[in-house]
Design a protein around this ligand. Structure first.
Ligand SMILES: [Zn+2]
Length: 290
C-alpha cells in the first residue's frame, strides 16, 4: 500500500509533467461505471461518472500537492477553482504518457480506470488493479470533511505538539501506540510499514498503551517516524507489491526495512511476533520491543 513517501514520489514526478496543462476530455472505464451504478465500491466518489467526466473537461491543472497520503490536483476553469483528490488505495498508479499503449506492464494496462486526454497531446492515466483507490472531485477541500481533520504534515513545526496533545485525549490514551501513530488525525501519513519500523527502532512494543509512554519516549518515537519517512522519500519509497512511480519504476526503501515483513529480528535473531492491532497485522520483536 502506498504510504506518505510513495505518494510524495508520485507528486514530485507529476508536478513538472502536469502543472499548467489542460484536460481536453476524461473517460472512465466501464468497470467504474458499472460499479457506481450498482452502488458497489467505486473509485469515483461523490459525483456520478458522467458528471465527473463533464466537470473535468477543459480544466487546467494549476498545482499538484501531497497532503498526508492524498494527492490534490488543484484545478481552474473560467476563473473558478476546484480540486480533484486522489487516494491510491492499495494499488493505484498515475502515468503520464503520449499514448495509453505506452504503459507496458500488462497488469496496469489492463486496469486503466480513468483516462485524461490533454489539450496539448498526451494522456494522464489512472490505473488501479484492486480498485481501492479514490478519485473525488470537489469545489473545495472543506466539501469532504475528513480531509479537514488530517493532522499537520509530520515535517511541519507544531506537528509533534499536535501529536502529543492528541495522545493525551481519552479517546487515544488507552489505545495501543501503533494504532494511535497510524491514525491520520494524530500523525499524518504514517502507515503500517513506517509505524512498524519506527517502533522497532525505538524498542517499543506495538501493543503498549500510549499513555504508558513517557513524554521523552513519545518525542523520540515521533522524531524516528520523521527520520524514517524522510529516508524513504529519498529512497523513492518502498515497493512492497504493486507500487510504481509515474515512470513505472519501483522504489528501494523495502531493502532497508528492518522489521516489516521479517521472520527473524535483525538485532537479536529471535523469531518475530505477529499480532493484529487496529485491524492491521503488526510484526515486532518480542525480545527487543517492550
Ligand atoms: Zn530482537
Amino acid at each position: 500500500m502506498p504510504e506518505l513517501p510513495e505518494v510524495e514520489g508520485v507528486v514530485q514526478a507529476l508536478k513538472p509533467k502536469m502543472e499548467g496543462r489542460t484536460i481536453r476530455q476524461v473517460q472512465l472505464s466501464d468497470v467504474v461505471r458499472s460499479s457506481f451504478a450498482a452502488g458497489k465500491q467505486c473509485i469515483v466518489k461523490q459525483a456520478e461518472p458522467d458528471v465527473f467526466e463533464t466537470a473535468l473537461t477543459q480544466m487546467t491543472i494549476t498545482k499538484i500537492q501531497r497532503r498526508a497520503k492524498y494527492i490534490f490536483f488543484h484545478l481552474l476553469k473560467d476563473d473558478v477553482t476546484y480540486v480533484l483528490v486522489s487516494h491510491l488505495g492499495m494499488t493505484g498508479a498515475w502515468f503520464v504518457v503520449n499514448a495509453p499503449e505506452e504503459i507496458n506492464e500488462a497488469k496496469f494496462q489492463k486496469h486503466i480506470h480513468a483516462t485524461f486526454q490533454l489539450a496539448d497531446g498526451g494522456y494522464l492515466i489512472y490505473s488501479d488493479i484492486r480498485r481501492f483507490g479514490e478519485l473525488r472531485f470537489l469545489t473545495t477541500i472543506e466539501e469532504h470533511s475528513p480531509l479537514t481533520k488530517i493532522a499537520p504534515e509530520p515535517f511541519e513545526d507544531g506537528a509533534y505538539a499536535y501529536f502529543l496533545a492528541k495522545s493525551l485525549l481519552p479517546k487515544y490514551a488507552k489505545k495501543a501506540v501503533k494504532e494511535v501513530i497510524m491514525d491520520g488525525q494524530v500523525i499524518s501519513g504514517c502507515g503500517n510499514i513506517y509505524a512498524t519500523e519506527a517502533l522497532f527502532a525505538q524498542k517499543i512494543h506495538p501493543a503498549r498503551k500510549i499513555q504508558e509512554l513517557e513524554d521523552g519516549q513519545k518525542q523520540a518515537l515521533f522524531e524516528e517516524i520523521v527520520v524514517i519517512l524522510r529516508q524513504s522519500i529519498e529512497a523513492g519509497g518502498s515497493t512492497i507489491s504493486d507500487y510504481r512511480n509515474i515512470n513505472g519504476e519501483a522504489g528501494n526503501m523495502q531493502n532497508r526495512l528492518q522489521m516489516y515483513g521479517k521472520k527473524l529480528c535483525p538485532t537479536c535473531g529471535v523469531t518475530t511476533g505477529q499480532m493484529t492491532i487496529g485491524g492491521r497485522t503488526s510484526v515486532f520483536c518480542p525480545q527487543c520491543q517492550r
